[in-house]
Design a protein around this ligand. Structure first.
Ligand SMILES: NC(=O)c1ccc[n+]([C@@H]2O[C@H](COP(=O)([O-])OP(=O)(O)OC[C@H]3O[C@@H](n4cnc5c(N)ncnc54)[C@H](O)[C@@H]3O)[C@@H](O)[C@H]2O)c1
Length: 298
């Protein structure tokens, strides 16, 4: 069963150096205020300069108890250089970074799998929708890569910074990070439901794993032949029913792990949370609200 996390309300973050993205509005801006009020030094990036600068001005000039640094840096998380500049601002001012939070994110920009798509309209490249992938995936990867280096600077007393002090990287994801959401999959989209499954092979004896094959065998671990994997893929096609599955393949056997995850979800998430999630998903329908809401579109 999942355990509830109770956020501590101590001043452990006082004097810590925190870098975060998407800090001009919403959750990010609220977090900037909270961290500043605790006395952390906050360096926050965003593409929206006006609200970002206004927040910096407001907090810097406020007569709040905190005299900690608060700095806005223009940062488009899809730009590697912008991410670097954000971390550099913190490192140059404070000599270290303690905590990094990838918070910037976009909601859906158009219905990627729009059931109304036709042979004509599908020819147009979904550039607007791909912006979501750029921000939510590429942006977080850039940020995490750079954070992994900046968080361990500088060496302290001969130890790496991460060994000498508490350091963290936090990725703001979504319920969609562990559960499919409307508009994002074809699995349930009516009236054009298309069975959609994933294939997750473990060690399969192709050139991809040539370097490790002997050690693997010596360890007595199971492996697949390429034929094993091909048979499972063809089997998923031929089955005619399996939908929303994820086939873990080991030793030539396939296991639909998604089925197990779904079946046990009330156990590990709790029945009330599971029931609420189902209700919310039903309310979201086909995800039309994403695009109807102009304020969330770029
Ligand atoms: N609000 C929700 O219900 C919800 C649900 C699940 C996940 N989230 C996630 O929480 C995080 C915060 O979202 P929010 O609800 O505060 O939304 P928001 O739109 O109010 O704030 C997001 C911030 O990210 C910024 N941003 C967008 N693209 C950017 C880019 N390319 N570079 C830098 N900054 C960029 C925006 O300008 C904005 O300031 C996001 O990662 C979002 O995906 C929110």
């Amino acid at each position: 069963m999942t355990t509830q996390f109770h956020a501590p309300t101590n001043d452990a973050l006082k004097g810590k150096v925190v870098v975060l993205t998407g800090g001009a509005l919403g959750v990010g801006a609220t977090l900037v205020r909270l961290l500043h009020s605790i006395g952390a030094h906050v360096f926050f990036g965003d593409v929206l300069d006006e609200p970002g600068q206004a927040l910096e001005r407001e907090l810097s000039s406020s007569s709040s108890s905190s005299d900690a640094t608060v700095k806005f840096v223009h940062c488009d998380v899809t730009s590697y250089q912008d991410n670097l500049a954000l971390f550099d601002a913190a490192l140059e001012a404070c000599g270290r970074v303690d905590h990094a939070i990838a918070n910037a994110g976009l909601g859906e920009q158009g219905n990627f799998f729009d059931p109304a798509l036709t042979l004509d309209s599908v020819k147009e490249s979904p550039d607007k929708s791909m912006k979501v992938v750029d921000v939510n995936l590429k942006g977080e990867l850039y940020f995490a890569r750079i954070a992994s280096v900046y968080l361990r600077q500088p060496d302290l007393n001969g130890k790496s910074s991460t060994a000498a002090a508490d350091k963290s990287l936090t990725l703001v994801s979504s319920v969609a990070g562990f559960r499919e959401d409307p508009g994002l999959t074809l699995i349930h989209s009516q009236p054009h439901a298309i069975r959609t499954n994933a294939i997750c092979p473990w060690m399969t004896r192709t050139r991809l794993v040539a370097g490790i094959e002997d050690t693997w065998h010596a360890a007595g671990l199971p492996s697949n032949t390429p034929e094993d994997v091909a048979k499972v893929i063809a089997g998923v096609l031929a089955d005619g029913k399996v939908n929303g599955g994820a086939m873990y393949i080991e030793g030539g056997r396939a296991w639909n792990v998604e089925e197990g995850l779904l079946k046990t979800r009330p156990e590990w998430l709790g029945e009330k949370r599971e029931a609420d999630l189902d209700k919310g998903t039903e309310l979201m329908g086909g995800g039309e609200h994403w695009t109807a809401n102009k304020s969330s579109q770029v």
